[in-house]
Unconditional design. Structure first.
Length: 313
């Protein structure tokens, strides 16, 4: 008979682990910024952007003045530094808007010896790399509920700074899912999370975000141990959201049921994504982040060109 015990309610006292984890992530962000840019640069080759000059407010580039143009467009300050006359061009306003959600809840801190990164580090790296790649391709990117959509060349630093500011805010508690609010039509959402929330809550969020026609892509981050359940003998499992523990004497006896429940959980998420025209992909942390980024970029481009996604495999 399996020996198992759950802590009672009196033992489930909150501690400072959430705050410590948030501050620890803030300290790691500089290295994750570097990693995100490296991943984006790896995938950037061969990707053709949509960025071009046009009517807008965001500065794009300087270019030499051409005879016959309106002299009011000349940037005299820039021209004074050279022997040429330059025009300040603004970015084309037809860029798409992509909203990112990067899960930073306690369960994302898990990492096994088989993984390259913890789930949260991989999610942040992938999310920031996605932003960098999209902005290079002419899109606008924002963090859902945290920033406005931006097309800035330093998008990675700006999004990271926003996350840091949120992290150090008094009373900060990372959410497991983005807010269930409707996104504007012709926008796209990217959710990067381990998606260990209740399927009903996940479905509610996706239905709400897509209710006005927004498309989206869900990337489920998984540690290889979470898929293989390699535990045996006497094992103690700790709940990252509380002080609860589960002690079992024959952990291997749980494996078949665990694998079955995980498959059901993933199938339910995949089904709700498909019902809204969203795509769903699983990314393991023992695989390179560039693989997930390339697949995600292809899905986003497919959505921009056709208005619908095909399921990721």
């Amino acid at each position: 008979m399996v020996d198992a015990r759950l802590l009672d309610e009196d033992e489930l006292r909150a501690d400072g682990r959430h705050e410590l984890g948030a501050l620890d992530l803030a300290r790691r962000l500089p290295s994750l910024i570097v990693a995100a840019k490296d991943v984006a640069a790896t995938v950037m080759y061969g990707v053709h952007g949509r960025r071009r000059a046009g009517v807008g407010e965001t500065f794009w580039q300087f270019r030499p003045f051409v005879m016959g143009e309106d002299t009011g467009r000349i940037d005299w300050r820039r021209s004074a530094r050279d022997d040429k006359v330059y025009v300040r061009e603004r970015e084309w306003e037809a860029a798409h808007t992509v909203w990112l959600w990067i899960d930073r809840s306690p369960s994302m801190a898990y990492v096994s010896t088989l993984a390259m990164q913890s789930k949260i580090d991989r999610a942040v790296t992938l999310g920031l790399a996605t932003a960098d790649l999209l902005v290079r391709g002419g899109e606008r990117v924002g963090l859902t509920g945290l920033t406005r959509a931006l097309a800035s060349r330093n998008i990675v630093e700006r999004l990271a700074e926003s996350m840091v500011q949120e992290t150090i805010r008094p009373g900060y508690a990372p959410a497991e899912l983005p807010a269930a609010i409707a996104l504007a039509p012709r926008t796209q959402a990217v959710i990067v999370s381990d998606l260990l929330s209740e399927p009903a809550k996940i479905a509610e969020t996706i239905h709400a975000m897509s209710s006005r026609g927004a498309l989206g892509h869900v990337v489920m981050i998984a540690d290889p141990v979470e898929e293989t359940f390699p535990f045996s003998g006497h094992t103690e499992f700790l709940d990252v959201d509380s002080n609860a523990t589960l002690r079992v004497g024959e952990a291997e006896s749980f494996k078949a049921d665990y694998i079955k429940r995980l498959a059901i959980h993933r199938d339910s998420i995949r089904s709700v994504c498909m019902s809204r025209g969203w795509s769903f992909a699983i990314h393991r942390t023992d695989r390179p982040a560039s693989e997930a980024l390339l697949a995600l970029r292809m899905q986003i481009e497919a959505g921009q060109s056709s208005g619908s996604y095909r399921e990721a495999v």
